[in-house]
Design a protein around this ligand. Structure first.
Ligand SMILES: Nc1ncnc2c1ncn2[C@@H]1O[C@H](COP(=O)(O)OP(=O)(O)O)[C@@H](O)[C@H]1O
Ligand SMILES: CC(=O)N[C@@H](CCC(=O)OP(=O)(O)O)C(=O)O
Length: 300
C-alpha cells in the first residue's frame, strides 16, 4: 500500500479519536467509579474488554476506581459448600459460615481475576477490600420487612468511608479494585455489603464525576418485566418516586444511583455490561446507552 493510501485508511480512525475529544476534555482528571456486577461477568472476552476500557480511561487522564460484585459466583461457591442462598429485601442472608465464603470469593477470586486482567496492560491495579485502611466501616443492617425488623446476619450498613487509601493509589496512577466487604464498627469481624451500595457510597465520598454501574440488562426498564422500554434519563426526584415500584437487584442499584447524585456525583448510569466495550460506548454517545440519573434541576 502506498503512503497516501495508508494515510487515507487511517483518517476515519483519527476522526473517531477526535469525536471523543469533548468527552475526554470534560472528564480529564475526574474520578469515575465503575461497578462491575457479577451478572455482567459472563465470559472471558467480556472481562478482557472491560479491563481494556478501564485502562483506556486511565491513559486518557481519568481516575477510574473499580468496585466489583460477584453475586452469582458467591451463590455457586455457597452451593458447593452445601450452604443455601437466601435473599431478603434484595440482600443475601449471610451467616458467619457464609461470610467466610463471601470474603473468599470476592477478595480471593473475583477481585484477583480483575486485578490480573487489568495488570496485563501495566502495573496499575491494586486490589483491596473495604476492610483495608478503614475504607468502609459498617454496622449491622437490620431491614424492616412487612413492618418487622428482620435479622439477615452479617450484612452491613455503611456508617463511614475513609477515602485516604484510594486517593493515595489514584495519586500514584494506580487503579483501585475494591471488594464490597466492610470492617465492623461493632466487633472485630467483617460485614457483607451489597456491591452497588458500596460503589455508590464510595463515588459520593470520593466526589466522583460519574458512577457507572455495569449489569446484565440494558438499563432501568420502565415496566419490568412486561416491557423492554429503557428509561434513558431521569432526575433524582423522578427516580425517588419510582423506587417503591422496583424489585430485586434493581433496588440497591437505583438507591445507590440516587444516593450518588444527591451527594455530589454529576451523573450515575446503569449500563449493559453484556455489551463489549460498554464503557467506551458511553464516551461516544451524548446521552449514553443505558439509564442516566442526574441531580434535580438538570433538564427536568
Ligand atoms: N425495572 C427493572 N429494570 C431492569 N432490571 C430489573 C428491573 N427490576 C428488576 N430487575 C432485575 O435486576 C437485575 C439486575 O440486578 P442484579 O441481578 O443484582 O445484577 P448485578 O449482578 O449486575 O448487580 C436484572 O437482571 C433484572 O432481573
Ligand atoms: C449483602 C449482599 O447481598 N451482598 C452481595 C455482595 C456481592 C454483590 O453485590 O454482587 P452483585 O453486584 O453481583 O450482585 C452478595 O452477597 O451477593
Amino acid at each position: 500500500m502506498s503512503n497516501t493510501a495508508r494515510k487515507h485508511t487511517a483518517l476515519p480512525k483519527a476522526q473517531i479519536l477526535i469525536e471523543a475529544l469533548p468527552w475526554l476534555t470534560r472528564h480529564h482528571g475526574k474520578t469515575v467509579v465503575i461497578k462491575f456486577g457479577g451478572n455482567a461477568m459472563i465470559d472471558d472476552d467480556l472481562k478482557a474488554a472491560f479491563a481494556q476500557d478501564v485502562v483506556f480511561l486511565r491513559h486518557a487522564g481519568l481516575k477510574p476506581v473499580v468496585v466489583h460484585g460477584g453475586g452469582p459466583q458467591i451463590s455457586a461457591a455457597l452451593d458447593r459448600h452445601g450452604i443455601v442462598s437466601e435473599f431478603k429485601a434484595g440482600l443475601r442472608v449471610t451467616t458467619e459460615d457464609a461470610m467466610d465464603v463471601v470474603r473468599m470469593v470476592l477478595a480471593g477470586q473475583v477481585q484477583r481475576e480483575l486485578v490480573g486482567l487489568l495488570n496485563q496492560h501495566g502495573p496499575f491495579a491494586v486490589g483491596m477490600t473495604g476492610e483495608d485502611a478503614h475504607t468502609i466501616t459498617a454496622t449491622k443492617h437490620q431491614p424492616v420487612i412487612g413492618g418487622e425488623t428482620v435479622d439477615i446476619g452479617r450484612v452491613g450498613e455503611i456508617t463511614a468511608i475513609d477515602t485516604g487509601a484510594i486517593e493515595a493509589l489514584l495519586e500514584d496512577g494506580r487503579i483501585p479494585v475494591i471488594s464490597s466487604i466492610a470492617r465492623s464498627q461493632d466487633d472485630g469481624h467483617v460485614y457483607n455489603v451489597n456491591a452497588d451500595t458500596a460503589a455508590a457510597a464510595l463515588a459520593a465520598a470520593l466526589g466522583a464525576e460519574t458512577l457507572m454501574v455495569l449489569t446484565d440488562v440494558e438499563g432501568l426498564y420502565e415496566d419490568w418485566p412486561n416491557s423492554d422500554e429503557v428509561i434513558s434519563r431521569l432526575t433524582a426526584s423522578q427516580l425517588e418516586k419510582l423506587l417503591p415500584e422496583l424489585s430485586s437487584g434493581m433496588v440497591p442499584k437505583m438507591e445507590g444511583c440516587l444516593h450518588a447524585v444527591r451527594n455530589g456525583v454529576t451523573t450515575a448510569r446503569v449500563i449493559d455490561g453484556r455489551v463489549q466495550h460498554s464503557i467506551l460506548l458511553e464516551i461516544f454517545t451524548d446521552e449514553g446507552i443505558g439509564t442516566m440519573v442526574v441531580p434535580d434541576g438538570q433538564g427536568d
